[in-house]
Ligand binder design. Structure first.
Ligand code: ADP
Ligand code: MG
Length: 682
């Protein structure tokens, strides 16, 4: 018997060249091959006499070849091969287009199994390009449910099928990890049967069952992994913070916290008092005031002589957090530093020294915080802002920098409950379901190009009232083909032809870090009236004086992304507006955009987005930090996900973190899946 970890070159017919083709599909071992699941099936189970073949209904039939195949060359690029076949019920003419090599294999007088559909015309029935094989061919491709595999250049479906069948014949499929009672309760096939049936199902129904089992298994492994992570952390100890006095902090706040903010801060203080590392997600719509919650946590950590690190996904955001934290905390005697990739080597060195010596209590930064050479004196708290951009892996990398520091992650993406459970199964959650008082909803409109003069007039009106505007474009540079508005060109057009008297600023992702910073800071100081930008401004940036956002070619963005963008306005006291423009007349697209005009509830929008586009797009596939599931599809398999989650919770209750043999196999699978999650993130 071969092992799952053995290389596929063990198989007959898999030499170095074949192996290279398989490598293109990330298949190296027998396990990879057995886990290379079909993307679909063709039901070739039905076998009928020729007489019973129905028009346009593909089926198999057994027939004898009645003459020698004859090929006529019709013209350049068109060969037609015809051959007569018959069974005891009828005769049939088969026609092959440009397929003489295959068709001429048919031996006069021999019997074959054919698979195809007849088409009817005035002259009678005929069949074009049927599939056929000798009665004794192995592996068979007819009279069965044929798996259709994801392929790569040079590798045919038959070649994959052959390799997979061989692999299954010489080694056992992955071990059973689902306990019998779980399989019983959820109607789940045993592992051995499922791994065989997914590649060679007896029927379409069995293929479905096999797939369900494998989806279930995948979700089960993932949620068990999150639960084990959580359990392992619950066993960790850290000193409980003795000083939970927040009065000095509240004393310097320019406003009182909302009820939701207060609840979140209380959750955090409770965590801090426990002596167990906190793992908390603060989830709240844009503008709900997450930064203040983070600031409160940081203040408390500092009051207990612990350092804090706040990690943001972009430099602009890091800089803005740095500014607001410094303003708040410096008067309280808490030094704050900034560490980003675009600082000079010298600046970075200085900050790192200050962090290492403990001279600095709070550091705000980007991924630069994750590098080896950032060492803390005593890191007590890690805050990750806009969490959806950080995966499970990065979360743990930063935590590894301290002695089990507390972890606070903040997400502005209202994630549908089911997905939140999946992504944050290892976290406790505080929800900010309330906006600070005095916020009015941002009025949102969807308009076509004919409204251009009115849009321009509206921009002018806002500016004349002393406010500022954002204009968001989907691209940085002009793209003739797509005809999309490009930030650079559009900024120039607006400045030259529409608003020569206004101050137009530009911000896009191709600008250098320092340039971006300067542009954003200058706009925040009110030194420009209109900022033309790409989605760099999507996350977190705060300019309370901005009251209008125009989003050009809005159909180019996802709903959740539009909602995030819109969150950049309506952050001050004045009434704010968002105008979506689109040339797109597709009713579905318009319906999608109209949904955004109707509601400002981020959770509703997220659900809608999930329904319309699926979770891959929803998170931006590479940003989610979720593992690349092999079989599971989050948009279709949510019901199975729920079952698997319940089952894995029971499993953990039963076996816990003990060394039961069942746990060993599962733990190995968890390790494998999480490793794959790392891979998709970098
Ligand atoms: P987000 O949740 O999107 O990160 P921020 O933390 O950036 O939101 O807060 C948005 C704005 O609301 C900021 O200008 C902040 O100063 C302000 N803010 C936060 N909390 C309150 C509050 N309780 N009352 C009034 N304004 C607040
Ligand atoms: Mg924020």
């Amino acid at each position: 018997m071969a092992k799952l970890s053995d290389p596929i070159t063990l198989l007959k017919g898999v030499g170095p060249a074949r192996a290279k083709q398989f490598a293109n599909l990330n298949i190296f071992t027998l396990r990879d091959l057995i886990c290379h699941f079909p993307r679909g099936y063709e039901d070739r189970t039905r076998l009928v006499p020729i007489e019973k073949l129905a028009v346009d209904e593909p089926a198999c039939f057994r027939a004898m070849v009645m003459n020698t195949p004859r090929t006529s060359h019709i013209r350049k690029g068109l060969d037609i091969t015809k051959v007569q076949v018959a069974d005891h019920t009828a005769r049939l003419t088969l026609t092959f287009f440009n397929n003489r090599f295959a068709a001429e294999q048919l031996q006069y007088g021999a019997e074959y199994i054919f698979y195809g559909a007849v088409s009817g015309d005035f002259i009678g029935y005929n069949m074009t390009n049927p599939v056929f094989e000798p009665l004794d061919s192995r592996p068979v491709t007819t009279r069965r449910v044929l798996p259709i595999y994801p392929l790569t250049a040079g590798l045919s479906n038959a070649a994959v099928l052959k390799a997979v069948s061989q692999a299954l014949a010489i080694c056992d499929p992955p071990a059973e990890i689902l306990p019998e009672p779980v399989r019983q309760r959820y109607g789940i096939l045993p592992a051995e049967r499922a791994y065989t049936a997914i590649h060679a199902p007896a029927s379409m129904a069995e293929a479905e069952l096999a797939k369900k089992r494998l989806v279930f298994e995948e979700f089960f492994v993932f949620s068990a992994g999150l639960s084990l992570m959580r359990a392992a952390r619950a066993e960790k100890r850290t000193e409980a913070y003795p000083n939970l006095d927040m009065r000095p902090f509240y004393g310097v706040l320019p406003f009182t916290l909302t009820q939701a903010q207060k609840r979140a801060v209380e959750d955090i203080l409770l965590d801090f008092g426990k002596g167990v590392p906190m793992n908390r997600l603060v989830q709240g719509d844009v503008g709900s005031g997450k930064t203040m919650v983070a600031a409160a946590a940081i203040y408390c950590a500092a009051g207990n002589h612990k350092q804090s690190a706040l990690m943001a996904p972009t430099e602009i955001l890091a800089e803005q957090h740095y500014e607001s934290l410094r303003k708040l905390l410096a008067p309280l005697g808490i030094p704050v530093a900034l560490l980003t990739g675009s600082q000079t080597a010298k600046q970075k060195r200085t900050v790192r020294e200050q962090i290492g010596s403990g001279e600095v209590q709070v550091v705000v930064g980007t991924h630069a915080l994750l590098t080896e050479d950032t060492q803390f004196q005593d890191l007590g708290l890690v805050v990750a802002d806009e969490q959806h951009r950080f995966g499970v892996g990065q979360r743990s990398k930063l935590s590894a920098k301290g002695e089990s520091p507390h972890l606070l992650v903040m997400s502005a993406t209202p994630i549908p409950r089911t997905l939140a459970l999946l992504m944050y199964g290892d976290l406790d959650v505080s929800i900010l379901d309330e906006l600070p008082p005095g916020r009015e909803a941002v009025d949102t409109f969807l308009v076509g190009e004919s409204y251009r003069p009115r849009i321009n007039a509206f921009i002018r009106k806002q500016v004349s009232e002393g406010h500022q505007c954002f204009v968001v474009c989907p691209a940085v540079e002009e793209n003739e083909e797509l005809g999309l508005k490009a930030a650079t060109v559009w900024a120039e057009t607006l400045q030259k032809t529409v608003f020569p008297d206004l101050r137009i600023a530009l911000l896009h992702g191709q600008m250098k870090g320092a340039e971006k910073e300067a542009a954003m800071a200058s706009f925040a100081r009110g030194e420009a009236d209109v900022m033309v930008a790409t989605t760099v401004i999507e996350v977190g940036v705060d300019v309370p004086n901005a009251t209008l956002m125009v989003i050009e070619d809005a159909d180019r963005f996802g709903l959740s992304q539009l909602h995030q963008l819109r969150g950049r306005v309506g952050r001050g006291k004045a009434k704010s507006y968002c105008i979506l423009t689109s040339h797109n007349r597709n009713p579905e697209t318009l319906q999608r955009l109209k949904a955004l005009c109707k509601t400002t509830d981020g959770f509703k929008i997220a659900e809608e987005d999930l329904k319309l586009r699926g979770p891959g797009d929803f998170f931006g596939s590479r940003q989610s930090g979720l593992p690349a599931f092999r079989v599971a599809d989050l948009s279709f398999d949510l019901a199975t996900l729920k079952e698997a989650q319940a089952a894995s919770a029971e499993w953990i209750d039963t076996y816990g973190t003990s060394d039961a043999p069942e746990a060993a196999a599962l733990r190995e699978r968890i390790g494998e899946l999480f490793q794959r999650a790392e891979g998709t993130m970098n």
